[in-house]
Write a protein that binds this ligand. Structure first.
Ligand code: SF4
Ligand code: SF4
Length: 410
């Protein structure tokens, strides 16, 4: 596709990268059918091809974006199903990153929306505040609209004795900095405990590294805040002495592995980020089955978008569960996002709810004993009456190893 950026615009690395991707797009529309929002609305502007056209116009114009462009780009889940489908190699992630940054810097949202976004960006990345906020969850029923959705996050979630106890090893083959993250640390500490046990049985020792990866704010276009989180995490890892870094939520894991691009303007930090990324592994890259559950348990496997389109480890997740003795069932439309998508369920509750109900119906139809995911956002978003408990895959591997049955099943 032809572009019309000025030479001075192309001095900006973000725009330069966006321009390269815009030129790669041939507007074939092959990606359209894989886009969850297009599947729901049938509106070209809610699909990748339409969004790419709007992003091009917005970035080339360089000024305040139109309300229409903001509306349709806000409705993008960043699931990256379109990137996986694209035969031309368009990196939609870089395009939408540049668009969100542009919107954040040049568009003034209504006051209520600014306040909500400020609240999300300053509460959710902090586990202590999320834990404190759990007491507000019952009040969420009374609060209207998006504030109510936010207050209801973590309804029913409580840390239990044993959640924070991790095994230690005298001579581990490697020490792994297990990054606690934000929302998962507050709502599902049992996930990291299960990961630590799974690692320990394979000779690794997990050491806790406190900190948020910054994915939540990155997807809101808050570049400076995302970089601040990334810098703190990289510094903490460098100080820790660990040989490897890992995080339990697949959305965060995908963000960690993509962190170098945050520092396109800063060569020194780019090198440190690159070194950090080279030592980052997802659980699925380290772990194979060592035991089998008995009797056989049917698991509905819903691989998060971040695992499918970011990390490309969805098949590994299915294979690992099968090797652990589970009967793995996959829902129809497994490629479509469940609507959680970081802060999307709060910011775009109507579309998120429609995607949730669609996904839950497909999962319920499988008649499984349990639903497995790899991302706390999806676990929270999908959980509820009418569906078996939704747990992190690590809890199932821990069970197959000979550990306890996941708490949600007991
Ligand atoms: S992003 Fe790829 S699949 Fe989608 S319209 Fe452009 S070239 Fe075609
Ligand atoms: S990232 Fe997902 S929601 Fe956004 S355009 Fe691509 S497929 Fe559609």
């Amino acid at each position: 596709m032809r572009t019309n950026f000025t030479p001075s615009q192309l001095c900006d690395p973000h725009l330069k990268e966006a321009e390269r991707n815009l030129r790669t797009c041939v507007h074939c529309g092959i990606c359209t059918a894989t886009c969850p929002t297009y599947v729901l609305t049938g509106d070209e502007r809610d699909g990748p091809r339409g969004r790419i056209a709007m992003m091009q116009q917005m970035l080339e114009d360089g000024g305040a974006p139109s309300a229409q462009a903001v509306h349709h780009i806000d409705r993008c889940l960043s699931c990256l199903g379109c990137r996986t489908a694209c035969p031309s190699g368009v990196d939609y992630a870089r395009l939408v990153d540049a668009a969100r940054l542009h919107i954040h810097d040049r568009h003034r949202r209504p006051l209520a929306e600014r306040l909500l976004r400020w609240l999300i960006a300053n509460v959710l990345p902090r586990p202590k505040l999320v834990r404190a906020g759990l007491w507000l969850a019952p009040l969420g029923r009374l609060l209207p609209g998006r504030l109510g959705v936010m207050a209801r996050i973590g309804t029913g979630a409580r840390a239990r004795p044993g959640d924070e106890i991790w095994p230690t090893r005298t001579r581990p083959i490697m020490r792994v900095a297990l990054i606690r993250g934000c929302v998962q640390a507050a709502l599902a500490p049992q996930t990291d405990a299960a990961i630590a046990r799974v690692l320990a049985r394979r000779g690794f020792e997990a050491m806790a590294l406190e900190g948020c990866c910054g994915a939540l704010v990155h997807h809101m276009g808050r570049d400076a805040q995302a970089k601040a989180f990334a810098r703190r995490l990289i510094e903490a890892f460098e100080r820790s002495g660990a040989e490897m870094a890992m995080i339990g939520a697949s959305g965060c894991s995908a963000h960690l592995k993509d962190m170098t691009q945050l520092f396109a303007h800063e060569p020194a930090w780019q090198a440190r980020a690159q070194a950090f990324v080279s030592k980052t592994r997802d659980l699925l890259e380290l772990v194979d089955a060592t035991g089998e559950v008995s009797p056989r348990v049917a698991v509905a496997w819903q691989a998060p978008c971040s695992l499918q389109n970011g990390l490309k480890l969805a098949d590994k997740g299915r294979q690992l569960l099968a090797a652990c003795g589970f009967e793995v069932r996959e829902p129809v439309e497994s490629h479509l996002c469940c609507g959680s998508a970081g802060t999307y369920a709060i910011l775009e509750p109507d579309l998120a709810k429609r995607l949730r109900e669609r996904k839950r119906a497909h999962l319920a139809a499988l008649g499984a004993d349990i639903v497995a995911s790899a991302n706390i956002g999806c676990q929270q978003h999908l959980s509820g009456p009418g569906l078996p408990p939704v747990v992190h895959l690590a809890e199932l591997v821990d069970w197959a190893d000979g550990g306890a049955m996941p708490r949600a099943m007991r």
